[in-house]
Design a binder for this molecule. Structure first.
Ligand code: IPM
Ligand code: MG
Length: 361
């Protein structure tokens, strides 16, 4: 079996953490006697230098010819945000790829590793209980893409506007993803909406409740988004799958990530219909520590595990990687971002090497 992977390291720490993920995949090739073909492509600021464009056609073509996209991160230093090179880089790269490949289902796990509970933003009596949440976020619709959007008028009457819209088809297909995922987990779906105010969200709830009927084995709980934001900090353990529209999912997935205490740990998957998907770490490009060999490679490595699971149907290999990461953490190995004070931290490369060591064990 040969799988083609479009590798888009991007900017900042992207290339260094990507290197570690590719080494992990190399090891998986050996263990499972199979072949990955990596095709490197430019995205973000790295692409700008070559093409004056954040998502060049050549990159899109490489992605089109692949079975999955492994993505690093894009973006530059805050101080340079308004330069030509960086202006709009995240929207152009990420939203461009999401739209181009119909990546409508965004899976963002937020799991508290017991070994890292000290780093959580939660009070200890809450974090001690642990949590394992999967945010399922709709990614190609809602207010991000709704038309019309723009500006009109001038002076004090000038207005800016976006449109929040969802079709039955869009809500139904993302709801199915959430219920299917819950079936393989703890069989609970909280559907996050704002049905007390927004017409779009009344409709959202209506459609989710149609889908729910096909999953009598899964518990369904509708919850307003403001309440959900609060419940996440009070009692995150109550959640299993959180089903969200595009904007609410954007916000709540960051909140859930913060509760784990370690952005450098969280992978994500953005799936199209069928098996194609894009896999990327939850954190950003971290330009302040780029090139220093100190970034945490775990999110990128776990993203490649998600790729194995969702695009290549290699669940066993994916679980092997997850177990190797967990063992490495339990053995006390840390990169700087997740290191207890006074303890020694590993470099990016050393962390990658430890995980690979545990893979073959
Ligand atoms: C994310 C990011 C993106 C989003 C931005 C950078 C366009 O915040 O992936 O969550 O809002 O979707
Ligand atoms: Mg976000």
């Amino acid at each position: 079996m040969k799988k083609k992977i479009a590798v888009l390291p991007g900017d900042g720490i992207g290339p260094e953490v990507m290197n570690q993920a590719l080494k992990v995949l190399d090891k998986i090739q050996d263990i499972y006697d199979m072949e990955f073909e990596y095709k490197l492509a430019l995205v973000g600021g790295a692409a700008w230098d070559e093409y004056q464009c954040h998502l060049p056609e050549s990159t899109l073509n490489i992605c089109r010819a692949s079975d999955a996209i492994l993505f690093g991160s894009v973006g530059g230093p805050v101080a340079e945000q308004n330069s030509e090179r960086w202006r709009g880089v995240e929207v152009n790269s990420l939203l461009g790829l999401r739209k181009a490949f119909g990546l409508y289902a965004n899976l963002r796990p937020a799991k508290l590793y017991p070994a890292l509970a000290f780093a959580s933003s939660l009070r200890q009596d809450i974090s001690r209980k642990g949590f394992d949440i999967l945010v399922v976020r709709e990614l190609t619709g809602g207010i991000y893409f709704g038309q019309p959007k723009g500006r009109r008028g001038s002076g004090d009457d000038e207005q800016a506007f976006d449109t929040m819209a969802y079709s039955r088809r869009e809500v139904r297909r993302i709801a199915k993803v959430a219920f299917e995922a819950a079936r393989k987990r703890n069989k609970k779906v909280h559907s996050i909406d704002k049905a007390n105010v927004l017409t779009t969200m009344v409709f959202w709830r209506e459609v989710v409740e149609e889908v729910m009927k096909d999953y009598p084995d899964v518990e369904y709980i509708p919850m307003y988004v403001d309440n959900a934001a609060m419940q996440l900090t009070r009692n995150p353990g109550q959640f299993d799958v959180m089903l969200c529209g595009n904007m609410f999912g954007d916000i709540l997935s960051d909140e859930a990530a913060a509760l784990t205490g370690s952005l450098g740990m969280l992978p994500s998957a953005s799936l199209a219909e069928g098996s194609f998907g894009m896999y990327e770490p939850g954190g950003g490009s971290a330009p302040d520590i780029a090139g220093q060999n100190i970034a945490n490679p775990i999110a990128q490595i776990l993203s490649s595990a998600m790729m194995l699971k969702y695009s290549f149907d290699m669940t066993e290999a994916a679980e092997k990687i997850e177990a190797a990461v967990e063992k490495t953490l339990n053995d006390g190995y840390r990169t700087g971002d997740i290191c207890e004070e006074g303890k020694k931290s590993l470099t990016t490369e050393e962390m990658g090497a430890k995980i690979i060591e545990n893979l073959s064990a």
